[in-house]
Write a protein that binds this ligand. Sequence first.
Ligand code: 6MZ
Length: 347
Amino acid sequence: MANEIAGPASKALASLTQAQISFLQSLPKAELHAHLNGCIPISELQKMAREYSGTSLSSGSVLEGIAKLQAGVVLDQLSDFFGLFSAIYALTSNPDSLRRATRAVLTQFLDGENPQCEYLELRSTPRETPEMSRMEYVCAVLDEVERYPKSRAALIVSLDRRMTDEVVSECINIALDLKEAGRRVVGVDLCGDPQAGDMDTLSEHFAAAKRGGLGVTLHIAETLENPAQETLKLLSYAPDRLGHATFLNEDAKTVVREAGTPIEVCLSSNLLCKTVSSIEGHHIRYYLRHDHPIAICTDDTLPFRNSLLGEYALLLASPPLGLGLSENEVRRIAAMGMNARFGVATL
Ligand code: 6MZ
C-alpha cells in the first residue's frame, strides 16, 4: 500500500474511531486536485521500475529516484519537490506505460469496497517524448479515464508554468479539440514550479479555454515568494477554481470571496512542503470562517503518502493532529467539494 509511512494524514486517520472512519467513508466525496504522475501507487511504480528497459545508466538513476520515494520524501521547501518527477517521468514516457500508470491511479481512487471518492477529476500535463506526441499523451490518459462512467471520472489538462507560449497554445487546442470531439476533458489547470514562467501571456489562452466550455483552475499564491501582482493577474483570468491559494493578500482575498471561487485545499501537501507550518495555522481556517467554498484534495499521494480519506481525517481528528471539526461541518465540506466539480457544469 502506498501510504504506510506515517504522514500527517495517516496519523490523523489512526487517531479516529472505527465509527468516525465509517462516517468519513460514507460521505460522497470528490477529488478535484490530483496530479496523475504524483499519484501513482508506489507498488506499481516499483514494478514499472523493475521492468524498465531504458539504458543502464538512466535505469540506475530511475531506480535511485524510486528508492528515494520509497524511503519517504523529506522536503525542506516546495522547490525541492519538483526534482522528484524525473524518475517517474522516465517510467511513463510511452502510451502503454502511461496507460498502465493511469489505470493504477484510477483504481487507487475509485475502486474497491471503500473507494476514496465518488468522483475524480484527474489532472495531467501533456508531455511530448520520443515515443508519443502531446495529443497521444492526452488520448492515452483519456482512454483509461473513460473506462469509468461520466459520473465518476474526468480529465483536466495541466499547463506547466515552464511551458513556452507555443506549447501552452498546443495544449489548450488539444483540450478544446478533444472536448469538441466528445472526449471527457472538463478543464485546464496551471501548475508547476511557482517560481517559473511568465504569467502575463496566458490571458488569451484561458479565455479560449473558457469560451470552449472548459473549467479553469490555477495553482495560485502557493508560496510566499509569489508576487502579489502575479496573483492579481491570475485572478483577472476569472478562474473557476483555485489550487492552494495559501498566500493571498487582502486585495486578492476580496476578489476571491466576491467571486465565490472554490479553493482546492491540500492539507498534507502544504504541511509537507512547509508552505504552512502547522494545521492550526492553515489557511483553511480563513475559508471556513468566511463560509467560502472549498474542496479537500490530496495533490500527490505518492510523495505525500496520503489518501483522500486521510485528508478528511485531518478535518475530524482532534488537535493537534487535526482541526477537530464536527461531523456536520465535515459533511458540509464534502458537499462543497462535490458542488465544485467541473463535470457538473461541463459534462
Ligand atoms: C505545483 C505541482 C504540484 O502533470 O505530470 N505538480 N505543481 N504545485 C504542486 N504542489 C505540491 N504537485 C504536482 O503530474 C506531476 C506534475 O504536477 C505538477 C508538477 O508540474 C509535476 O511535474 P503530471 O501528471
